[in-house]
Design a protein around this ligand. Structure first.
Ligand code: MG
Length: 384
C-alpha cells in the first residue's frame, strides 16, 4: 500500500456568490493523493483543499511536503497491521526535519495534504470520515447530525443593505436559524444598520454573529463593543489583530456577550498564548480555530486537548471553514457546530443536504464525501 502520486493546483476562490465582485484575489490549493489501493475497480484517491481565507500553498506542497510523502516507505505510512494509511504517521513524515516555531503558513500546506490523507484512509476503511475518526480515536459514533449556521454577509459594493437582507433571507429560507455577517469595513453607524437589517431575517439579533475581520484596535475596539452590547449578539468575532491579546483582553473585560477568536492562530503554541493572554472566558466564549490551517487534524486535536484539559467545553469549538471536512470533525469530536457558506467560496459553497431547524446530516459516502458535492467534485476531477 503506497501513495503513488500527488497532484496539486491553485484555484481562485471568491467570497461572493457573484465571483465578479472583487474579493482580494483570494486563492486556495486543491490536492489529490493517489494510492495503489483498489476499491470497486478504481484506485482510491484522497482529496483535500486549503480551506478558505488564506492563500494557496502550492510551493510548499510541491517542494517540501508532497515529496516527503512520496519518498516514504510503506513502514512509515501504514497502521500497525498494515491494512490502511495511518494519517498520524503520515503527518510525522510530512513534519520530519521541520524546526519548531516559524509556523508561517506551512501549517496550511500540511493541513491540505492531511485532509486528503484522512479522505483516502476513510475510503480504504469504507467509512464516512466522521465514523472513521471515531474508530481511529476509539470514540463511540455520534448521531450523524450537527448544528450549523450560515456564514456570509460581506459588504456589497452597491445596494448593500438590500442585498444583505436578501442574502440573509435566503439563508433562513434554506432552514438556517443562525447566521453571521461581516462588520468593521465601514463606519460604525453603517455597521449597526447592517446588523439591524440582518437580524430581522433570523428573527432577532441573538441569532446573529458578527465578524469584524480583525479590523479594530486599541483605539476603537471598546467603543464598538459598547455599541454592540445592546444587540445581545450570538457572538462578536475576530475583533482585532489575531496577536493583539491586550486589546482582545480589554474587550473581554468589558463586553458581557460571547467573543469568538482563534481563526487566524495556527498552532497549539499560539492557542496557548491566546488562552493565557486573550482574556477569554470558558463557558462563554467561542473558539474558531480552522482545523486545516492548524496543521490538519493532528494539530487541531492538540489545540482541543489544551482547552479541554483547562475545563473548556468541547461545545466552545465552532471551526472556521464552512466545508465538509469541518462537518465530519464537528460530529466526530462532538464540537459545538459548524460554519456553512451557502453563497460564497465557490466551488465549496452550498449546503451538503437539507438543513432542518439549523441542523444538517452528514454524507454517508466513504471518506469526506466531496463526490456528493457537484461543484467541488468537478474541481477535484479536473485535477486527476
Ligand atoms: Mg472570521
Amino acid at each position: 500500500m503506497r501513495i503513488v502520486d500527488i497532484r496539486e493546483q491553485s484555484i481562485p476562490i471568491s467570497r461572493y456568490r457573484d465571483a465578479g465582485i472583487p474579493s482580494g484575489g483570494l486563492t486556495t490549493s486543491l490536492v489529490a493523493v493517489m494510492t495503489d489501493v483498489m476499491r470497486a475497480g478504481a484506485p482510491v484517491i484522497g482529496y483535500g483543499f486549503a480551506s478558505v481565507g488564506r492563500f494557496a500553498q502550492g510551493g510548499l506542497i510541491r517542494e517540501r511536503f508532497a515529496p516527503r510523502l512520496l519518498k516514504a516507505g510503506e513502514a512509515d505510512l501504514l497502521n500497525r497491521d498494515g491494512t490502511n494509511l495511518d494519517p498520524f504517521r503520515a503527518w510525522d513524515v510530512m513534519m520530519a526535519g521541520e524546526k519548531l516555531g516559524g509556523h508561517g503558513e506551512r501549517c496550511v500546506a500540511v493541513g491540505t495534504l492531511d485532509m486528503a490523507i484522512w479522505d483516502a484512509a476513510a475510503k480504504i476503511a469504507d467509512l464516512p470520515l466522521y465514523r472513521f475518526i471515531c474508530e481511529r480515536l476509539q470514540q463511540a459514533s455520534p448521531p450523524p447530525r450537527i448544528a450549523v449556521y450560515a456564514s456570509g454577509g460581506y459588504p456589497y459594493p452597491r445596494d448593500d443593505l438590500a442585498r444583505l437582507s436578501a442574502e440573509i433571507r435566503s439563508f433562513a429560507d434554506l432552514g438556517f436559524t443562525r447566521a453571521k455577517i461581516k462588520i468593521g469595513g465601514a463606519d460604525l453607524g453603517t455597521d449597526l444598520r447592517r446588523i439591524e437589517v440582518a437580524a430581522k431575517q433570523v428573527a432577532n439579533s441573538a441569532r446573529l454573529a458578527v465578524d469584524a475581520m480583525n479590523r479594530y484596535d486599541a483605539t476603537n475596539a471598546s467603543e464598538v463593543a459598547v455599541a454592540l452590547a445592546p444587540f445581545k449578539l450570538w457572538w462578536f468575532e475576530d475583533i482585532c489583530d489575531p496577536h493583539d491579546f491586550e486589546t482582545l483582553a480589554s474587550v473581554a473585560a468589558r463586553y458581557d456577550g460571547p467573543i469568538a477568536a482563534g481563526e487566524a492562530l495556527f498552532s497549539v503554541q499560539e492557542a496557548r498564548l491566546l488562552d493565557w493572554h486573550g482574556g477569554l472566558r470558558r463557558g462563554t466564549d467561542i473558539l474558531l480555530f480552522d482545523p486545516v490551517h492548524c496543521y490538519g487534524l493532528p494539530g487541531y486535536l492538540k489545540i482541543i486537548d489544551h482547552f479541554v484539559t483547562k475545563d473548556w467545553p468541547r461545545q466552545a469549538f465552532w471551526p472556521h471553514g464552512g466545508h465538509l471536512f469541518g462537518f465530519h470533525l464537528v460530529a466526530a469530536l462532538r464540537l459545538g457546530g459548524a460554519e456553512i457558506t451557502p453563497a460564497g467560496f465557490y466551488p465549496f459553497a452550498g449546503v451538503p443536504s437539507i438543513i432542518e431547524n439549523g441542523h444538517v446530516a452528514l454524507p454517508e459516502a466513504p471518506g469526506i464525501g466531496f463526490e456528493t458535492h457537484d461543484d467541488a467534485w468537478r474541481a477535484f476531477r479536473a485535477l486527476v
